[in-house]
Structure formats: structure tokens, C-alpha cells
Design a protein around this ligand. Structure first.
Ligand code: MG
Length: 486
């Protein structure tokens, strides 16, 4: 029997036992049974329950206002069950992010003297992507930064209040570029203050863009998803930069601009004397329908994609008999996006297409190792796993067009020629993609603790980052801090 009661701020408990001592359960149990001062749960869960209960009680006064306002907001904006679920998950994310920040504050403050002299190796001086475009050589389609330099590193500035974060953004930033998953939402659960943050920045006249390595959606789908999740009706497709879009744009630059330009209607040459127009380039896709649609909409013939009607396996005999000789097997590029139906058969066919089309481009929408789903942070394998599988068996190296690649920076520069990179802030939850993309391209970078990166990740890097995993300029628990509290 576990019986709990509150008297003069002291909690007395007796155990009985039925239930799951999760954080949500603790909150619900206290809310429902506070009046009776009696709580029931399985005896084996008592230690974890007590731990969560102590956390709950120590933070309940602070959270009550947040929780109630969040619930009220949810009630007035939508009756959808996914947002009701988001309210609980959002609160849980907020508490976990604040806990991670506390760990970081302790870590950086206790090691401040050591870190002030730490050095790191970084890429050489940054080149503005817009300037790079002006001087780009047509034969040099894949610029890379190879030279490095060693400098003293400054540890990140930790933002823990609305005042310090929002004041910096208000005074120093014109454009905010958001990663999506782990920053604005996790699966369908909103991150704390996400909607208010984006709306607040737009109200201040800031330019807002969304840059995601998710290739499963095209720009229209991404805009619709964000509008629904954030409850904003002012978002437009030209603010969206999904890696499916960057992939299609890259293929267009590499393959379609090499084709002869179509004749104009004012040409004196009769159409009957013109040679037949070349067929559109063929792109074989390992990826989703959204990725295939985006590539097809840019003028390509797409093969592959979701093939739920075909078997997942392929025997040696089947592969030996597979017809690679018809025209359908001539491809100009192979694209690997995130394919949740990735199979041995797809891998075997793509590998042999590369072998038979040695000049075909091999393009990766991103090289992410994993992402998080659910409010307890389960890992879902990322596109990088599939890219590396194909790279290994084909002995080819893929061109990455997602974060942190220069290809993506060049595309952002082309689409937004007036962007002032030095007054832009990139907000993300990954060091190897988001923060590196921001730092490498002359932006300020902000890491939020609602996604992939944990305090332990940062502790492992000490006071200096690496080229692959650089430290951000700023760290905040969640993006809600970027605008002033209402
Ligand atoms: Mg992310």
C-alpha cells in the first residue's frame, strides 16, 4: 500500500500498487488523487515513482502556470487528439531539456578555466556562398573545403532565459533558419514554445526559413505539415528547403542545364527540321513517393521508388537473370533518400545500375545516422545507413545535397540572393548537420536540447569541437526562448 498525503508542504506516502510510474503517470496521479491523498501503483515501480514524484513536486509550482496555459491554448486552437497528446509530451520535453541545460551549466562552469585555452581545428576562412556562385567554375561542380587551421575555441553561450535569447535575436539577427525535427516538433509532438516562437519572429519582421534533411516530403507537403502543427496559416512554400527539393534542384543544375536549350517560338527554323528533343534524364530512386514526385516535377523520368509489390529478397539466380540490358536500365543518376522499405533487392539493383552506368551521379539527400521519434527518444535509422550500404557495395562515394553540404548552401544562396549570412541564425538539434552547416557558412548557430544532442554528447567533446561535430555559438533548452515571453 502506498498512501500519500500533503500537510504543510510535507508528503507522507504509503504504497499500494497498480500502474505505470512514468512521468505522465505521476502528473496524472497527483492531479487526480491529490484530494484523497491516496496513490496506488505496483510495488515494483515504487522507487521510480518516488523519484519522479520528487521531481514533480519540486517543479510543480513552476510548471503549473505553463501547463495550464498550454492546455488552455490547445483547447482554443484545436480539438484534434494529436495536439492534446502534444501538450503532455511537450511538457515532458521541456523538463528534460531544462535538465540537460542544468547538466551543461554545471559542466561548463566547473571547467571554464581549462576550456578558455582549448584549441580546435576548423575549416579555413569561410567563403560566402553567393560570392562562390559568381566565381564558380562550370567544371568544378563539387566545391569542398579542405584546408584547416587551429584556433582557440570559445565555449558556447548558454541561454536560459527569454530575455537574453530574445534580446540577442532582436538586435543581431535578420534571418532565422530552423531545422524541423527535434527543433519544432518530434514526430507529431510540438517542441516547447515552437508555434509562439515562429509567430513572434514573423511579427518582428524577421525572415524565417525551414531547412530539413527529411527527403520524404516535398516543399508543398512540408509547408502543409508545418502550418498544421504550428497552427500558422502564413507559411509559404518558398520558405521551405527540404532535401528532396535540394536534390531535385541539384539534379536539374547538373543534368538538365547540359541539354540543348529548347528553340524559341520566334525562331525562323521550322519545327519539322529540328532534331527530336532528347528524352528527359532518368533518375533511379531509393526513397519515398514524396522524393520521387519532387524529382519528377523538375523534369526527370523517375524509376524505382516505393515498390511494395516486389519481393524484398533477391537470390543469386534472380540477379543473374535480371534484365539490365533494356533502355530502362540506362540511368543518369541514382538518388538515395530515406526509404523505410529499404531492401536487399533494392540495394542489389542500385549497385548494378551504378556498375553499368559509371557516369551516373550518385546522390544522397543526407547522411544522417539516426533521428528520434516518440517522447521517450527512440532512435530511427537515418538515410546515412542506406547511403553507406550502397557506397560500400558499389565502391562509389555519394554527393550529399543535404546539411551540412556546400551544395545546399549554394542552393539557399540561389533561392535567397539577398540573405545576409552574417546576420543569420541556424537553429538545430544536431552538431554534425545543423551546427556544422551554420558555422561553415558564416551564420551564428544555436543548439537546442529537444532533439538528438544531449549534455553527454557535448561533454564528450570537451571545450572544443571537431570539424565533423563543431560546437555551436549558443545553446538553449528549446526554441521558445527566442521570443519574449507574453
Ligand atoms: Mg533535427
Amino acid at each position: 500500500m502506498f498512501r500519500g498525503g500533503s500537510r504543510g508542504g510535507t508528503i507522507l506516502m504509503t504504497i499500494v500498487c497498480i500502474g505505470q510510474p512514468s512521468w505522465a503517470f505521476v502528473r496524472a496521479t497527483f492531479a487526480q488523487q491529490r484530494a484523497s491523498n491516496t496513490i496506488s501503483l505496483p510495488r515494483r515501480h515504487a522507487p521510480r515513482f518516488i523519484g519522479n514524484a520528487v521531481r514533480f513536486l519540486s517543479s510543480s509550482s513552476k510548471d503549473d502556470s505553463t501547463s495550464s496555459s498550454s492546455t488552455a491554448r490547445t483547447a482554443t486552437t484545436t480539438s484534434s487528439s494529436i495536439f492534446t497528446r502534444s501538450s503532455d509530451a511537450t511538457n515532458r520535453m521541456k523538463q528534460e531539456a531544462e535538465h540537460q541545460m542544468e547538466l551543461l551549466q554545471d559542466y561548463y562552469s566547473s571547467n571554464a578555466a581549462t576550456f578558455s585555452t582549448a584549441t580546435t581545428t576548423k575549416p579555413t576562412s569561410w567563403t560566402n556562398p553567393q560570392r562562390e556562385l559568381l566565381h564558380d567554375s562550370p567544371t568544378d561542380g563539387f566545391p569542398t573545403t579542405t584546408a584547416t587551421t587551429t584556433t582557440t575555441t570559445t565555449i558556447p553561450t548558454l541561454w536560459t532565459t527569454h530575455e537574453e535569447a530574445s534580446t540577442y535575436v532582436e538586435e543581431n539577427i535578420d534571418t532565422v533558419l530552423f531545422d524541423c525535427d527535434g527543433v519544432l516538433y518530434r514526430t507529431l509532438d510540438l517542441c516547447p514554445g515552437a508555434s509562439e516562437c515562429v509567430q513572434g519572429l514573423l511579427n518582428q519582421g524577421k525572415q524565417v526559413m525551414f531547412v530539413t534533411n527529411n527527403a520524404g516530403v516535398n516543399r508543398r507537403q512540408l509547408s502543409a505539415k508545418l502550418s498544421k502543427l504550428l497552427q500558422l496559416d502564413c507559411l509559404t512554400e518558398d520558405q521551405m528547403m527540404s532535401s528532396s527539393y535540394s536534390c531535385a534542384q541539384f539534379l536539374q543544375q547538373q543534368l538538365l542545364q547540359l541539354l540543348p536549350a529548347p528553340s524559341s517560338s520566334s525562331s525562323s527554323t521550322s519545327s519539322s527540321s529540328l532534331p527530336p528533343a532528347p528524352p528527359p534524364p532518368r533518375v533511379h530512386v531509393i526513397g519515398s513517393a514524396g522524393l520521387c514526385d519532387e524529382i519528377a516535377s523538375h523534369g526527370f523520368t523517375v524509376t524505382g521508388g516505393p515498390r511494395l509489390d516486389e519481393p524484398s529478397s533477391m537470390t543469386r539466380e534472380e540477379l543473374a537473370a535480371y534484365d539490365f540490358d533494356d533502355n530502362a536500365q540506362v540511368v543518369d543518376a541514382i538518388v538515395v533518400g530515406h526509404d523505410t522499405d529499404f531492401t536487399f533487392r533494392k540495394l542489389a539493383i542500385a549497385s548494378n545500375l551504378l556498375l553499368r552506368n559509371p557516369n551516373a551521379l550518385l546522390v544522397a539527400t543526407n547522411r544522417d545516422s539516426f533521428d528520434l521519434v516518440g517522447d521517450d527518444g527512440r532512435q530511427i535509422p537515418g538515410n546515412g545507413c542506406m547511403v553507406q550500404a550502397l557506397e560500400y557495395c558499389s565502391q562509389r562515394r555519394a554527393i550529399n545535397v543535404g546539411k551540412p553540404s556546400r551544395e545546399l548552401a549554394r542552393l539557399v544562396a540561389l533561392d535567397h540572393p539577398t540573405l545576409n549570412w552574417s546576420r543569420a541564425l541556424f537553429v538545430g538539434d544536431r552538431l554534425d548537420t545543423d551546427i556544422r552547416f551554420g558555422n561553415d557558412n558564416g551564420m551564428k548557430s544555436l543548439l537546442v536540447m529537444t532533439g538528438v544532442t544531449t549534455a553527454n554528447t557535448l561533454k564528450g567533446l570537451g571545450g572544443k569541437g571537431t570539424v565533423e561535430e563543431p560546437l555551436p555559438h549558443f545553446i538553449a533548452p528549446y526554441i521558445g526562448l527566442l521570443t519574449k515571453k507574453e
